[in-house]
Write a protein that binds this ligand. Structure first.
Ligand code: GP9
Ligand code: MN
Length: 632
């Protein structure tokens, strides 16, 4: 009796389902993805599907059943290898592989020796779909139809596949707005678009930057270098005054200046920081601005490290993590400092683990270095108080002099806090975000006070400089109405918004007696030369955009990443030139020369990064390395 045959394209359907299920199960058992709600779970389950429909669907363009089956089997093998590669890599590094890492073979040195520990016989299960597909091809009796697949069938098929892709991206966008433009975390990407799509995305990002890099050569550096040299100013009189001191940078999450020395419904918001304002041992800069873009905290780190701007699109930490940089940490390291970053988050967030290698930072105290429990964590992770407490213990172990950057976390959107940690009530406005913000700011302020106290109990405090700065805005323009209410204004205009980008900068120098409130108009690019000079480290050959804030020649001019700027007399925002003191629109000719300079500076900074031009530069001698080979 003639056995009933399976319908046409059964092999395709089996392949899609088998690989889909295998991938979904792999997500569950092999990666630690922190799924927080049903929506995320749903996205995780559907995200392999759109990709698999498309990649296996290519078989529909082949003319014979044999060719189609061969293509499907080959594809399933390749996909299994990719997925398994990820699983093995994840076991070792707790991270997802990126193309640059794949080609940075030195990374795998450690991997080779412990390969035996990583691989087990059970890993063959990662290829189970291949086995199923091969068996189906071999033994299943499927309707055969050679020749081209009907265009209508193909059209229907790919319409469905595209719909799945759009559904996936749409859901991901609601769950994580700006996922692809900000590209902040590999884990989030994998969670939302899946491993396979993630690799395609990574491929796209990398090929774009490699192309720009490949086309660049040292001669492009000449123009940038001329500009940088022409902008150099004399260093401050305090140059070298604090040589040999440790330097502790503290990145104050989402802290804006508008809360400093202010009250909310009669409650002081930042009592501890306020106590430093105007003190002899502290420079407090009240006219200092963040210059970050989409890369938020990571941009602030980038700017502080390199005195260059982040990029206009995406996070430079992610897109150019493998570039050559002459970072501040590297400079400090060359001057005998032990360099580190302390931040209780996963190391791959913002691609930090990778770019810190490019910055030549010796040690990254990431979440693994901290004891995080349900009790001492809130919102994004370890609360600031235990973070500082544990960090002091780690600091005691550091060789001195050291330079470290501590990155706080509690005052992060959505600004949630345990009731027991709330020292002041919520504000009352139409923005729950702003209402809570004051409470988490206050918590951060208290944690800083605690940190200072604990540090004073060690020998570190007296021998350090503590530099604290707000990393970027915390309250976006979506909360303008509530902000206007808090600031007692009718409305928040483009002019106000620009000035609201001010973040505090404190340079606290125990034992110093001539500090005070500083009104220089400045930005995060200026931090590096200022601090290096205090420590007696020269910046003559630094290819960077900042200038010493304490120098008499410092110019009152700060450029934002989006082209806005502020001087002591002007504010340029929303393509309007404002008189700074009145807030009224003024003659645009006054802004013209600054607009030009702002654009030029941003463009030069972009050029350096996109072309990876610092590989053509010797920062010890200020010489350009035009010889290509030398710069590879
Ligand atoms: C994450 C922390 C916050 O590790 O630095 O990043 P953000 O969202 O502020 O850029
Ligand atoms: Mn931040």
């Amino acid at each position: 009796m003639e056995q009933k045959k399976w319908p046409l394209h059964s092999i395709l359907a089996i392949a899609i389902i088998a690989t889909w299920l295998k991938t979904a199960i792999t997500y569950e058992v092999s990666f630690d993805l922190n799924i927080e709600n049903i929506m995320q779970q749903l996205i995780l389950w559907i995200n392999p599907l759109s990709f698999l429909l498309i990649i296996y669907g290519v078989s529909l363009f082949l003319k014979t059943t044999k060719a189609r089956n061969r293509y499907i089997v080959t594809t399933s093998i390749i996909l299994s290898v990719v997925l398994y590669g990820n699983v093995a890599f994840y076991r070792f590094y707790n991270d997802f592989v990126t193309l640059p890492v794949l080609f940075q073979t030195s990374n795998f040195g450690d991997l080779g020796t412990s390969a035996a520990e990583i691989v087990t016989i059970w890993d063959l299960l990662y290829f189970v779909d291949v086995v199923i597909i091969v068996c189906a091809v071999k033994w299943l009796r499927v309707e055969q139809q050679d020749g081209i697949v009907l265009p209508q069938v193909r059209r229907l098929y790919f319409t469905f596949a595209t719909a799945m892709l759009v559904l996936n991206l749409g859901l991901a966008e609601t769950e994580r707005p700006q996922l692809l433009t900000r590209s902040f975390d590999r884990e989030l990407l994998v969670k939302n678009i899946g491993t396979y799509n993630y690799h395609l995305y990574d491929l796209y990002i990398q090929s774009k930057s490699s192309a720009q890099r490949a086309l660049a050569d040292g001669s492009e550096l000449v123009e940038v270098s001329n500009y940088v040299n022409a902008s150099k100013i004399e260093r401050s009189e305090l140059f070298g005054e604090f040589e040999g001191r440790n330097v502790i940078f503290i990145s104050l999450e989402s802290l804006q200046s508008f809360v400093i020395d202010e009250q909310m419904d009669g409650h002081e918001i930042t009592p501890f920081l306020n106590s430093l304002v105007g003190r002899d041992d502290t420079f407090y800069f009240n006219n200092f601005y963040h210059q970050t873009g989409l890369g938020k905290t990571s941009d602030s780190e980038f700017i502080t490290e390199n005195s260059l701007f982040g990029l206009g699109r995406g996070a430079v930490f992610f897109t150019h993590g493998g570039n050559t940089y002459n970072s501040m940490s590297e400079k400090l390291r060359n001057n005998g400092y032990f360099t580190s970053v302390m931040h209780a988050n996963s190391k791959s967030f913002w691609n930090r683990d990778m770019i810190y290698q490019s910055f030549n930072i010796e040690k990254f105290y990431d979440v693994e270095s901290y004891n995080v429990t349900d009790d001492n964590a809130v919102n994004w992770g370890l609360k600031d108080k235990p973070f500082f407490e544990q960090s002091v213990e780690l600091m005691k172990q550091m060789p001195q002099p050291f330079a470290t950057r501590m990155i706080t976390l509690t005052n992060h959107f959505p600004f949630t806090l345990d009731v027991t940690d709330q020292s002041i009530p919520e504000y009352t406005s139409n923005s729950a975000t702003l209402n809570r913000y004051f409470q988490t700011v206050r918590y951060m302020d208290e944690s800083l006070e605690l940190f200072f106290e604990q540090l004073k109990e060690t020998d570190i405090y007296d021998n350090s400089i503590i530099v604290m700065y707000g990393d970027h805005y915390g309250i976006s323009e979506n909360h303008n109405k509530a902000m206007a209410q808090f600031l007692n204004k009718e409305e928040i205009t483009a002019y106000d918004s620009a000035l609201l980008q001010s973040v505090p900068l404190f340079i606290h120098i125990p034992g110093y007696t001539e500090g005070g409130v500083m009104e220089q108009v400045a930005g995060q690019v200026d931090t590096r030369p200022t601090v290096l000079h205090l420590l007696g480290i020269d910046t003559e050959y630094d290819m960077q955009m900042g200038s010493d804030l304490l120098s008499a020649e410092h110019e009152d001019f700060v450029i934002f990443r989006d082209g806005r700027f502020i001087t002591d007399e002007l504010v340029y925002a929303g393509e309007v030139c404002y008189d700074r003191s009145s807030g009224e629109q003024t003659d645009s000719a006054l802004c013209e020369p600054y607009i030009e300079r702002a654009n030029m500076e941003l463009e030069y900074s972009d050029k350096l990064i996109n072309g990876d031009l610092l590989r053509f530069y010797d920062d010890q001698t200020g010489q350009l390395i035009i010889d290509h080979e030398a710069a590879q």
